[in-house]
Ligand binder design. Structure first.
Ligand code: KG4
Ligand code: ZN
Length: 331
């Protein structure tokens, strides 16, 4: 069964073609225009999607080596995300499905991220699912396919947002995550003890704005030269606080729920320190840790196609009248 996925929820325009469990093509166009503003500008994002959706679609079909008539279902992200951006992908998908008489499936972007691990062929349920991205830091228990129970979430900034804001405070480019990850490799994670938030509390919620603020205070209290000389140490210490906060809550959830499988997804799940420390924790505690391949951590349409195909196989019907919901929840 062939599925075509369309993802335009934020600043990636992506179209993918999958054949059951295999990715035939996954074209991702990352919008560079936002780098000069230090964050995503919604109006510019939807204009860029409009400009790129057709060429991205054509390239995805060409790389997959198939025509649209071979596609059994089209899946499109309907939320959460930026309204204008979602609408570009949805309108395009509706036109495509109407013209070619193909069922259309609306996909929840967060469920999409879960399915970025689908292509590994590993069993993914029952599991704890941690999505760490620029917009979300949410922990779910997933007792079976398609069923998600929210255990905890960030009370303020998402983990990726904290990376982006710390990078911005240091005049580093957007998105901050990959840059900080890289620079922190040469630093001492114990150089400064930034706070590990929410670890004491009797819940599974996260908080990252305190860590970010502690970094900003540190920057204000030190000279430009000192900051430059210790940049790698400062970033490494910041990263350690973020990773420890994530790991602390995950470990608590594993021991309290006795679910010994953790599935990660989202942009921050590409982070090298998070991968290293979580893998170490997994080995020491007999917990299976599953990460998506780096290319599927950030937004992409292969995961959207997989989530949609899963829904289509289950329900056997599409819905051409799907609508955008910028605040769509996963539950
Ligand atoms: O999943 P994603 O592409 O988009 C959202 O749905 O938000 O995640 C983007 C976020 C950004 O905040 C970016 O800084 C962060 O993921 N990110 C990273 C890394 N790569 C991307 N954060 C830490 N380490 C990385 N290697
Ligand atoms: Zn995302």
């Amino acid at each position: 069964m062939i599925g075509l996925g369309i993802e335009t929820s934020c600043d990636e325009t992506s179209v993918a073609v999958i054949d059951q469990d295999n990715i035939l093509s996954n074209v991702i166009y990352t919008q560079e225009i936002h780098t000069r503003y230090g964050g995503v500008v919604p109006e510019l994002a939807s204009r860029e999607h409009l400009r790129k959706i057709v060429p991205t679609y054509r390239e995805a079909l060409q790389l997959a080596g198939i025509g649209i008539e071979k596609v059994n279902c089209v899946s499109v992200t309907v939320g959460p995300g930026l309204l204008g951006s979602l609408l570009v992908g949805i309108s395009f998908a509706q036109g495509l499905c109407y013209a070619n008489d193909i069922p259309l499936i609306g996909v929840n972007h967060l469920e999409g991220h879960f399915f970025s691990n689908y292509f590994s062929g590993k069993e993914l349920v029952p599991s704890l699912f941690l999505i760490v991205s620029g917009g979300h830091t949410h922990l779910y228990s997933v007792p079976e396919w398609g069923e998600y129970h929210l255990l905890g979430r960030t009370r303020d900034d998402a983990a990726g947002e904290a990376y982006d804001k710390v990078a911005k405070a240091l005049d580093l480019p957007y998105p901050g995550g990959p840059v900080v990850d890289d620079l922190a490799k040469n630093g001492n994670p114990g150089f400064i003890k930034f706070p590990r938030a929410m670890l004491q509390q009797d819940n599974y919620d996260f908080s990252f704005s305190g860590i970010k603020t502690a970094v900003v205070y540190y920057l204000n209290e030190h000279s430009r030269e000192e900051i430059q000389d210790n940049l790698a140490h400062i970033l490494s210490s910041f990263q350690e606080a973020v990773v420890d906060s994530l790991l602390g809550k995950l470990a608590q959830a594993v021991s309290e729920t006795a679910i010994h499988r953790v599935v990660l997804a989202g942009g921050v799940s590409a982070n090298s320190r998070l991968r290293h420390k979580l893998s170490e924790y997994g080995q020491e505690n007999q917990v299976e840790i599953i990460f998506p391949p780096p290319i599927l951590c950030t937004d992409n349409a292969a995961m959207t196609a997989a989530a949609g195909l899963f829904r289509f196989r289950k329900n056997k019907e599409g819905d051409i009248s799907v609508n955008a919901n910028p605040r769509l929840k996963l539950m």
